[in-house]
Each structure stands twice: as C-alpha cells, then as structure tokens.
Design a protein around this ligand. Structure first.
Ligand SMILES: Nc1ncnc2c1ncn2[C@@H]1O[C@H](COP(=O)(O)OP(=O)(O)OP(=O)(O)O)[C@@H](O)[C@H]1O
Length: 233
C-alpha cells in the first residue's frame, strides 16, 4: 500500500513535568476523514498544534506527502498543504467575509477556489462583516478560510463546538463533502457525529493512540470501551 499522506511516529510533547503527548503514532490517508477522539485532557489539541507546527515536539517524526516536516515551520507546512483552521473571532471583526477570503488567497498565493462561499453555506454573505455573522457562520468561515489555501490535509479542532443541532448537522455535511478532495483530521467530542462522519477513527488516551481503524472496529474495541467510550457511548 502507498505511504499515508501523514505519518506520525513517536511524537512527544511535555510542558514542564507534564508529559502531554507520549509516543503518538498516527496515519492519515489522502482524502479520508479521520477523527481523533479521546477524553478531556488526552492531548488532542496539543497534538494538532504539534502537527501544524505551532508547538515544537521533543521527540518523534512527522512525515507529510513523502517529506520529513518534523522541524518545518508552520508556514512551510501550510505551503505543503498541511493547514489548520484558525478562529475568525481572533481575526479582524470589521472585515467582511469576502475580504477575509481575499486575504487567505493572497497569503497562499492562489486564487480562491470558485464556489467556496456556497460550499461553506455562506452564499450571499460575502459583504457581511465578520462580527455580524452568527456563531455558526463564523465557524463556517473558519473552514472556508482554511479551504481557500487549497489544503491536502485540513486540521479541524472542534468545528462544531458551541453550535446548535441544526448548525452542527450542516457543518458535518460540509465536512463530509470534502471527502476525496482533501483529507481531514477532525477533533470532535460528539461521538455520534464522529462515527457517522469518519472513514477512520483514532483514539488518544493519556497522550498515546490506543486504537485506530474504521468506526465500527474502534467502537467495539475493548481497550477503547474501557478507556473512553464505555463512559461516553
Ligand atoms: N501550554 C500549556 N502549558 C501547560 N500545560 C498545557 C498547555 N497546553 C495544554 N496543557 C495541558 O496538557 C493537557 C492536555 O491538553 P489538551 O488541550 O491537548 O487536551 P485535549 O485532549 O485537547 O483536551 P479537551 O478535550 O479538554 O480539549 C492538559 O492537562 C492541559 O492542561
């Protein structure tokens, strides 16, 4: 079988005496929706920051699209197509949706893909200032901004957090529509949404991946039931 798009081996991060990720092994295949689940404090957000290049790792290797990117900067990773979504609420409140997208296009030196607003559920909202968008629309814009850079792997850290049931469903549909176009590594606490959406699921517990595979297999894995899903499902 060909090499996975993302190959993580033995990745480790500690803050002072606290070891947060510890020997993480993970593979994400091209075009798949891969969910990363696990209990609070398991190290999911830390791992995503290590993958995106925001946090340096103390040990381990990260290969992406055939290259060793373990020591690459965040920008170098993004140029290769490894991109995380950023919170628009941390960006420019007074800029419009269209202006944000134009910036994202300039930042990655590519034209914004056609139809991006419609695909993000933001059709007709280009002229609206970001601080006038609903929370759900802001989260949708975050995904659209990341997609504007034409990623090969999109890292999404809880894109459904704080959304209502309808908005969550719509976000799930938009993520599902990316399947085959770019790979997605999705951190999500809504276990039902994860098992509906993902092609494969990895379970992070205590800073290490204890199981990885198709949803049905992971869901019935005794180690996963004991360490996490027994309480969540
Ligand atoms: N910058 C930091 N400095 C010190 N400790 C940190 C830092 N970032 C995270 N931690 C600690 O690392 C542990 C893992 O945090 P992390 O946010 O990665 O877990 P998580 O799996 O994403 O949790 P959640 O599901 O609750 O979001 C926690 O104990 C957290 O307090």
């Amino acid at each position: 079988m060909s090499e996975a798009l993302l190959q993580v081996r033995g990745l480790r991060k500690q803050f002072g005496a606290l070891v947060v990720t510890d020997g993480v092994d993970l593979e994400v295949r091209a075009g798949e929706i891969h969910a990363l689940i696990g209990p609070n404090g398991a190290g999911k957000t830390t791992l995503v920051a290590q993958l995106a290049g925001e946090l340096r790792s103390e040990a381990g290797t990260i290969r992406f699209a055939g290259a060793d990117i373990t020591h690459a900067t965040m920008h170098a990773r993004a140029r290769r197509g490894l991109v995380r979504s950023f919170q628009v609420t941390r960006l420019f409140h007074s800029l419009t949706v269209a202006e944000h997208l134009a910036f994202a296009g300039v930042a990655c030196g590519a034209a914004v893909p056609p139809g991006l607003l419609a695909r993000a559920g933001l059709e007709g909202r280009g002229a609206v200032q970001v601080d006038e968008l609903s929370h759900g629309e802001q989260r949708a814009l975050e995904v659209a901004l990341a997609l504007a850079t034409r990623p090969r792997l999109l890292l999404l850290d809880e894109p459904m957090a704080g959304l209502g049931a309808q908005e969550s469903l719509a976000m799930g549909e938009r993520i599902a529509a990316l399947r085959g176009e770019c790979a997605v590594l999705l951190i999500e606490h809504d276990v039902e949404a994860v098992f509906r959406l993902a092609d494969r699921v990895s379970v992070l517990v205590g800073g290490a991946v204890i199981a990885s595979g198709p949803p049905a297999q992971v869901r019935s894995d005794p180690r996963v039931l004991a360490a996490y899903l027994g309480e969540a499902a």
